[in-house]
Design a protein around this ligand. Structure first.
Ligand SMILES: [Zn+2]
Length: 423
């Protein structure tokens, strides 16, 4: 019997909250979900069968991946499923219901945690009630523990109750944070035959009981990891022999923020980190930067990315140092399809606990479900991205982030009611 099959969604969410796994390290999460869904009669695709391995972005080094697998094993991840991941997290599960002549409907939830510490004092319920993170510098600070539980809840709901004639595909997407897992999952064939895709997010500032039928137009985003490499030298004795990587980074920072705004719409740029590990008397041989750009459209994002790469190249050239960049993550943008938005507006009020359903709201940030949604739309399917209120006591990505757990059953109910109404 699957380890999680006796757990309520709240218990499952708390279990995952206590053992959060950051992007591409979600081995325990993946194996636990796979075990239960397999038992519920779903066909489970793992590893390279769930994610296009070569399209993965921002993958940690082999040592970190191995350590994450080992940790999952120590924390009781079912061995058979852990092996089937082949070192790649995430899963797709599918099952036909009725005589399967109805629509193929996908549901996408993300499963990863953030790389940050969790609050430990009694003002924070997970700490007070004993289910705060036991992994240093990892925390479910965006509600993806709840998303995973909702995904399992939807699998249970359809396995246990009929009323749906069609095919259900559940996408448990890894590495959403940073925009790393959506693109590789979108490149598999699992999305090609979907008539509908529903993605969802808990919280987003909404009170429990409030549902938004369509969060749309997230900013397209790209994240770059940058390294400048020069030549070290004694800063007093032979400064002329050095090639200063830190100077190149400083030049780049100044000029990245000076990229002209674009007449077509909103753009963003941010340098989140500059690191150069030298003493005062060394011409810096190495400097690392973490940079991101965003745009209202995919084109505006490409504009920003192109200009940023030009600035980085020119800064390296100016200071005679070498430059290497790697794409850490990338997202695009999307709009919802009216037919699905209307289906949610009609069906969501039928779900227990729903008090208010709003039609549309604009995203503030970025979201890599965008790649899955776009793929489905390109193939002729229709999609929306739902907001499920969860009365967060603190903002997303902060140490005190939490969700109200009534939102889990509400999320399952809203998605299930919507799916049953589609044809
Ligand atoms: Zn999130």
């Amino acid at each position: 019997m699957a380890q999680t099959s006796e757990q309520t969604l709240t218990e499952l969410r708390r279990d995952l909250h206590e053992r959060p796994e950051a992007g591409w390290k979600e081995f325990r999460t993946t194996a636990l979900v796979a075990e239960e869904l397999d038992e519920l009669g779903y066909e489970v695709h793992l590893g390279e069968a769930a994610v296009a391995a070569d399209a993965r972005l921002g993958v940690p080094g082999d040592d970190e991946i191995d350590a994450a697998i080992e940790r999952a094993r120590e924390e009781g991840a079912p061995e058979a499923y852990l092996d089937r991941t082949g070192g790649i997290t995430g899963l797709v599960a599918e099952r036909a219901f009725g005589d399967a002549t109805g629509p193929a409907v996908g549901v996408r939830v993300d499963i990863d945690a953030l790389e940050r510490a969790e609050a430990t004092d009694d003002d924070h319920r997970p700490a007070r009630e004993g289910f705060a993170s036991t992994h240093p510098e990892e925390m479910h600070a965006c509600g993806h523990d709840g998303h995973t539980a909702i995904g399992v809840g939807i699998a249970r709901e359809f396995a246990e109750n009929d009323g749906f004639d069609g095919t259900l595909k559940l996408f448990f997407q890894p590495a959403e944070e940073g925009g790393r897992g959506g693109k590789p999952m979108s490149e598999t064939d699992h999305l090609a035959d979907l008539d509908y895709l529903l993605a969802l997010h808990l919280g987003l500032g909404l009170e429990t009981g409030t549902v938004v039928a369509s969060y749309e137009r997230p900013l397209a985003n790209a994240k770059l990891d940058v390294v400048f490499e020069g030549e070290p030298a004694h800063a007093g004795g032979r400064p002329n022999e050095g090639r200063n990587a830190l100077q190149a980074a400083a030049t780049a920072v100044q000029n990245l923020y000076a990229i002209p705004r674009h007449e077509d719409g909103a753009t963003r740029i941010n340098v989140g980190k500059v690191h150069s590990p030298n003493a005062q008397n060394v011409i810096a041989e190495r400097a690392e930067m973490r940079v991101e750009v965003r745009g209202r459209t995919a084109d505006l994002n490409e504009y920003m990315l192109g200009k940023a790469e030009r600035v980085l190249d020119a800064a390296a050239e100016m200071h005679d140092v070498d430059l290497s960049t790697s794409l850490y993550g990338k997202t695009t943008t999307f709009g919802a399809d009216d037919a699905v938005v209307e289906a949610v507006l009609d069906a969501a009020p039928e779900a227990a606990g729903v008090e208010e359903v709003r039609e549309r709201k604009e995203f503030g940030g970025s979201e890599d479900a965008s790649y899955l949604i776009r793929r489905v739309q390109e193939e002729g399917g229709r999609a929306t991205y739902l907001g499920i209120g969860a009365s967060n006591p603190a903002g997303h990505h902060t140490a005190y982030f939490d969700i109200e757990e009534e939102s889990l059953d509400i999320g399952v109910g809203v998605v299930a009611e919507t799916i049953r109404s589609l044809d």
